[in-house]
Design a binder for this molecule. Structure first.
Ligand code: NAD
Ligand code: DAU
Length: 338
């Protein structure tokens, strides 16, 4: 099996590449990544010398580069992770989000169609369902109600991907996962940001009242689910992937402070995110029924091992927090205190 993974230098993609080679899901993995601010080859250090691994620095919007790569490599399957993935960045600056998430996905789908690639997994998000009223949980038939430029771009790319099944019979499945956490996550997202700020005893910026609810999925559980869809998922189908762990943000932050032994006085209320979705909730029932997959990691265990990783990898954190990160932090958090 030869896999072509897009966005394999990012948080989830790099976890998938490491697992695919270490667990022998595939003999060969080609990692196509543009290395944006979120792409980091350090994430691939554990498999960098693997004989079946190849890295290609490329923009998924570069149609001739993508076409050449597909023609040369002829992968058995494409796992498409590459995206601009942060909601706050999509609010400050929507253009790269639209370009990569929509045009980039289109470029890959066209290359897959022209080269008759036999399997394509489009990795998407539960954010496409928008805010869900309790006690409901979104299944795959829920309407799309995207709130941010990020979630709208993902909803659009989901529809485009599914159209390639309907029209061209491309063997494509779409996965929609909830909030991931784990090692190597860029510290712009809630859990790694709060862990790294707590470890440095910096303020923990909570948007609004902190009662927004997210479902938390350990990144390795997510990658196992994608593999299950790759092997057993049906063409033209959507599969939700959740961690069965719904928590309000403030509860997550309090658990981080408790686990790191830092005071709750670090919690700082800041102005809410515009268009902020109140609650995400989804059911895994279809994926479990069709593939047997279930999330394995208990949240407190996953959080403890994630905190441990960030404590042991302060150099990694310092390197990614230098340069561009500081500009983003200033842009997103300055003048926001309530
Ligand atoms: P990330 O931001 O950590 O990594 C994205 C990767 O894509 C980076 O390596 C980046 O360099 C690469 N990339 C960006 N633009 C590119 C382009 N134009 N060409 C080639 N490469 C490009 O993202 P992540 O959190 O690992 O998310 C991966 C995927 O999973 C995304 O599609 C995201 O929408 C989806 N997802 C994420 C979560 C989450 O909680 N993080 C949850 C559900 C779904
Ligand atoms: O649900 C899946 C989605 O989860 C993915 O598709 C996205 O790629 C990923 O970024 C994530 O989106 P969220 O917006 O839910 O994640 P984020 O970590 O940015 O925020 C989680 C919650 O925490 C959200 O309610 C906003 C809040 N938050 C976030 C940050 C960064 C804060 O209160 N303070 C913060 O500083």
């Amino acid at each position: 099996m030869k896999l072509l993974v897009t966005g394999g230098a990012g948080f989830i993609g790099s976890c998938f590449v490491r697992m695919a080679l270490q667990k022998r899901w595939a003999e060969q993995v080609v990692n196509l990544d543009k290395l944006t601010y979120a792409g980091n080859l350090e994430n691939l250090q554990p498999i960098a010398g693997h004989s079946g691994y190849r890295f290609v620095e490329l923009d998924i919007c570069d149609s001739s580069g993508v076409e050449n790569l597909f023609r040369c490599e002829m992968p058995d399957a494409v796992i498409h992770f590459a995206a601009e993935s942060h909601v706050d960045r999509s609010i400050h600056s929507p253009a790269p989000v639209i370009t990569t998430n929509l045009n980039g996905t289109f470029t890959l789908l066209e290359a897959a169609r022209r080269n008759q690639i036999s399997r394509f997994i489009h990795v998407s998000t539960d954010e496409v369902y928008g805010s869900i009223e309790p006690p409901q949980e979104a299944n795959e038939k829920f309407p799309l109600r995207a709130s941010s430029p990020y979630s709208a771009s993902k909803a659009g790319s989901d529809l485009l991907a599914l159209s390639y099944y309907t029209t061209y019979k491309l063997n494509i499945s779409v996965t929609r996962a909830s909030n991931n956490y784990g090692p190597y996550q860029f510290p712009e997202k809630l859990i790694p940001l709060m862990i790294s700020n707590a470890l440095e005893e910096k303020p923990l910026p909570v948007y609004g009242d902190g009662q927004q609810v997210r479902d938390w999925l350990y990144v390795e559980d997510h990658c196992n689910a994608i593999r299950a869809v790759l092997e057993k998922g049906r063409a033209g189908q959507i599969y939700n992937i959740g961690g069965n762990c719904s928590l309000p943000n403030l509860e997550v932050i309090r658990r981080i402070l408790k686990a790191t032994g830092k005071p709750e006085s670090l919690i700082t209320r800041v102005t809410d995110r515009p268009g902020h979705d109140r609650r995400y909730a989804l059911t895994n029932e279809k994926l479990t029924r069709e593939t047997g997959w279930q999330p394995q990691m208990r949240f407190d265990d996953g959080l403890a091992s994630t905190i441990d990783w960030y404590e042991r990898n302060r150099d990694w954190v310092q390197r990614v927090k230098s340069g561009e990160y500081r500009h983003f932090y200033e842009l997103n958090y300055a003048n926001r205190a309530e």
